[in-house]
Design a binder for this molecule. Structure first.
Ligand SMILES: [Zn+2]
Ligand SMILES: [Zn+2]
Length: 358
């Protein structure tokens, strides 16, 4: 297939990518959304692997409620939490978006937890996720939501990457990842570390420490826990790109969805795609306080392991909401009395304001 790919950026990854004073792009990205007809080349190994995982997980749920020791179920949840923080605070907020900086002990811990979650090594995860933000909702987005709910959930992993995605990934700057020895160490030893951390240890620990059966230990803290972990991340790519409100930028597919937040504890996706370098999940303090990844980053900052945490000021959030939001913001929505007719006229549409930024 000829690599006829000329991806056009439709999103931002870092604050330095932005072009307007309210931290957006100076173009209407909604017109860039695209899913051209595509011939899917299936990756059968992944398809059968996902089938096994989901059938095995159903069995894991059955074992969890019928024969497992309570310690095994608690352990499965704790391992899930560690993996979620390894991916959420590690490969996502630290390594993809550089939302904060971390000292070596914290980077090593996050790398171990991220490996336990088995969703590719940090290097590949961060490069793919930067590609997702930079080319969001276009054919260069690895899980382009314009291609449908199933494709953006897991379908993209069941077929080969398209030339546009490969070209998009090639254009992403990853020099900072090459310069991080923790990331490079994991990349080099990933295929040795991952099976031990993701599959072997979660199976052996319950058998060795509290006499769980091999069957329960394999299907609950290992297969069921792993399958839950990947579905949580996939749900953000699929449901949060399809259902919900867009209070910050209505030109983007990513949406804020409380339902996804309740299941995945990461559902403010319109906020995240609008201000991806913000270490917080949302500007709303209560939800940050209930989000383990954010609580973890803040706790690490208190003990000096995390530092230089970046967040977006309320003034910028308000300004951006007025200009590009869909009017559903709880504070600055269309019905807000402070949102006068004059302001509506000024900020009401991204089409007529994109020329004259102040
Ligand atoms: Zn997204
Ligand atoms: Zn992101």
């Amino acid at each position: 297939m000829p690599p006829q790919a000329e991806p056009t950026p439709s999103g931002v990854v870092f604050e330095s990518d932005t072009q307007t004073s309210d931290l957006g792009l100076a173009k209407d990205v909604s017109v860039l959304k695209k899913a051209a007809p595509k011939k899917y080349e299936y990756v059968w190994f992944n398809i059968f692997w996902f089938l096994f995982l989901h059938i095995g997980s159903a069995y894991g749920i059955y074992l969890g409620v019928t024969s497992a020791k309570w310690q095994t179920n608690v352990f499965a949840f704790l391992v899930h939490l560690m993996c979620a923080i390894g991916i959420g605070a590690g490969s996502h907020r630290l390594w993809t978006h550089r939302c904060y900086k971390a000292k070596t002990p914290l980077r090593v811990l996050l790398m171990i937890w991220q490996t336990m979650g088995f969703q590719d090594c940090i290097f590949e995860w961060a490069r793919d996720h930067r590609t997702h933000h930079k080319y969001a909702d276009t054919d260069a987005d690895p899980h382009n939501a314009e291609r449908g709910l199933f494709f953006s959930h897991m379908g993209w992993l069941c077929c080969k990457k398209s030339p546009e995605v490969i070209e998009g990934g090639r254009r992403i700057d990853v020099t900072d990842l090459y310069e991080d020895p923790v990331v490079m160490f994991q990349k080099k030893h990933y295929m040795k570390m991952m099976p031990i951390l993701c599959f072997l240890l979660p199976t052996v620990i319950p058998v060795y420490f509290w006499g769980e059966t091999w069957l329960n230990a394999f299907f609950i803290p290992t297969i069921l826990r792993y399958t839950c972990g990947i579905n949580v991340v996939w749900s953000v790519n699929s449901f949060s790109h399809t259902f919900g409100y867009r209070p910050y930028d209505k030109s983007l597919n990513p949406r804020d969805n409380i339902g996804v937040w309740m299941i995945c504890v990461e559902g403010f996706h319109n906020y995240h795609h609008t201000f991806p370098w913000d270490y917080r999940a949302t500007e709303l303090p209560l939800y940050n306080m209930l989000t383990p990844t954010i609580v973890f980053i803040e706790a690490m900052a208190k003990i000096g392991q995390a530092y230089d945490l970046k967040s977006v000021s309320p003034e910028i959030v308000q300004k951006r909401t007025y200009r590009t939001g869909d009017g559903t913001h709880s504070l600055w929505g269309w019905d807000d009395p402070e949102f006068t007719e004059k302001l509506k006229e000024k900020y009401g549409s991204i089409h007529n304001t994109q020329q004259k930024e102040d």
